[in-house]
Design a protein around this ligand. Structure first.
Ligand code: ZN
Length: 176
């Protein structure tokens, strides 16, 4: 597990990230715990283990986090590299009103919403299917979610498709 001392030591020697505030780090952690599926879904299969932070942060996430926290774009790779393991291990933290505002200001334009809807598992639900790797064929549509704490929120509703079933379906012999 990443230790806070180790994390701070790495930040301290970085010419830009040494000026990060504690508020910035905790905001980052809150945001990331709500964005894990958005981070994993675009990754290659061998980077899609939900218990391990992927090496590279997808471009929309880099833009959103960079703008939301005021981190220069050319520093975001270092930022992710230093903080990813620490943030990934944290339990999901409830968002604050300021976080919803950050999504509205910087996230929506990157296709990221505070509320996102995914199937519970990223694998094929058909247990007899020969395709047992994370599904990467997806379809997204816009949704509106009514929340108790944050009012009406836009959301992306993501469906996943199994290519094995898809191909099977398309390769079915035509009836004579
Ligand atoms: Zn399948």
């Amino acid at each position: 597990m990443a230790t806070v001392v180790g994390l701070l030591a790495q930040l301290q020697v970085h010419p830009v990230l040494r000026y990060l505030t504690l508020d910035g780090i905790t905001t980052f952690v809150r945001l990331i715990t709500h964005l894990k599926r958005d981070i994993i879904q675009p990754q290659p299969v061998d980077e899609s283990n939900p218990t391990t932070a992927p090496t590279v942060l997808p471009e929309p996430l880099t833009l959103f986090i960079g703008n939301a926290l005021g981190i220069p774009a050319d520093t975001m790779d270092d930022f992710w590299s230093i903080l990813k393991d620490y943030a990934w291990e944290m339990p999901t933290v409830p968002l604050m009103q300021d976080d919803y505002d950050l999504f509205k200001q910087w996230g929506w334009r990157c296709g990221l919403t505070a509320v996102s809807i995914y199937p519970p598992d990223d694998g094929c639900p058909n247990l007899s299917c020969d395709n047992q790797i994370p599904l990467k064929k997806e379809y997204r549509k816009k949704a509106v979610v009514y929340t108790r704490s944050a009012g009406v929120q836009p959301a992306w509703n993501t469906s996943l498709y199994c290519p094995s079933k898809y191909h099977l379906y398309n390769n079915k012999p035509k009836a004579p």
